[in-house]
Design a protein around this ligand. Structure first.
Ligand code: ADP
Ligand code: MG
Length: 333
């Protein structure tokens, strides 16, 4: 099977709010695919449809080849889902949490201990497995959460904002674990994030989602390349007197524009890293000394702004499911 996930015109409304608006996309088997978008963009809602926890208002979704509406049980057997908020029991130990999870997932009794040992080793929690989770750091808890989603060896792993709220060092650590898991288990990973760097570092392909709509899907590199020119800034000794240098530079096809500014040349190029060696060849041939050279490439931030018209907002709060659940509980009590 080629596609691990496929949606066709998927939509989800909550009363007047259209959270997911007619989205169609595919995720290839084995890739790490990410939804990048601000709070309230519709990321979690899409994920909850794909994990069979919410029913779409319209449209269709297949996960691991099974329909989320008509074959929900099959879908659930093939996926792991790690929610944004931790679901582990703080007063149990790490290992006890995984034992509980293993039983919930109907893992054959004679395999449980071995699987837990292996996974604890993979996420480097073996030596803390008998400590109560209440003593764990945020990063350790997240690793345990992810471990819980892996015990039944799912084909597709869903991670909703896997590093939200963690400090940057811990976040980077979690990225390493995610990459390790991806290689070890050869699974498809679908994650959501509003961190540019996370999408950039982890994902083979990204869908930028805003107001329930997918604006663009591509690899981070292609997205950045599509932004056009990279900028090479070159400082030489007295460039203006070297007309031949300029006319040679102009012959390089991937240089699209040159600005002169005293001893500084600013080159706009489509493949900056390939242009730089050529510049050095020309300068050494002509005996021109280059004092410094720098390359600026477009970032994913530039890409995001160009497709959505705004910067990613990480401060405003989207739909807070935890708060909403607490409210419902109070209302019911
Ligand atoms: N259960 C719900 N009831 C009402 N509105 C909801 C519910 N879940 C999500 N929403 C709304 O749907 C939109 C998308 O939310 P969500 O999928 O949680 O976004 P994201 O995960 O990208 O932050 C938001 O406007 C949010 O307020
Ligand atoms: Mg969310």
């Amino acid at each position: 099977m080629l596609h691990s996930i496929e949606t066709r015109s998927l939509s989800k409304s909550f009363g007047p709010v259209t959270a997911v608006d007619d989205i169609s996309f595919t995720v290839n088997a084995g890739e790490i695919f990410g939804f990048l978008g601000p709070n309230g963009a519709g990321k979690s809602t899409t994920m909850m449809i794909l994990t069979t926890l919410l029913k779409p208002t319209s449209g269709q979704a297949l996960v691991s080849g099974f329909d989320v509406l008509t074959q929900a049980k099959k879908v659930r057997q093939n996926i792991g889902y790690v929610q944004q908020e931790s679901t582990v029991d703080e007063y149990l130990t790490g290992r006890e949490n995984l034992l509980l999870q293993a039983r919930l997932n109907h893992i054959p009794k004679n395999q449980i201990n071995k699987r837990i040992d292996d996974i604890l080793e993979l996420i480097e929690l073996s030596d803390k497995q008998n400590d109560p989770v209440v003593t764990y750091s945020g990063g350790m808890r997240k690793r345990l959460d992810i471990a819980g989603g892996l015990l039944h060896y799912p084909k597709v792993l869903f991670l909703d904002e896997p590093t939200v709220g963690l400090d940057i060092q811990t976040r980077r650590k979690i990225w390493e674990y995610i990459k390790k898991i991806h290689t070890e288990f050869e699974m498809t990973i679908f994650l959501t994030t509003h961190y540019m760097e996370e999408a950039d570092q982890l994902c083979d392909r990204i869908g930028i989602i805003d107001h329930g709509k997918i604006q663009v899907i591509d690899s981070p590199q292609n997205m950045k390349n599509s932004m056009g020119n990279e900028i090479i800034t070159l400082v030489t000794q007295d460039v203006l007197s070297h007309d031949s240098f300029l006319s040679e530079l102009e012959k390089i096809e991937t240089i699209n524009k040159i600005n002169k500014d005293n001893d500084k040349l600013v080159l706009f190029a489509s493949k900056g890293t390939e242009v730089i060696p050529k510049i050095f060849q020309i300068s050494s041939r002509l005996g021109i000394k280059i004092n410094s050279i720098s390359l600026t490439t477009p970032t994913l931030d530039d890409v995001f702004i160009s497709y959505t018209g705004h910067e990613i907002r990480s401060d405003d709060s989207g739909f807070d499911r935890k708060r909403e659940h607490a409210k419902m509980k109070r209302l019911r009590a």
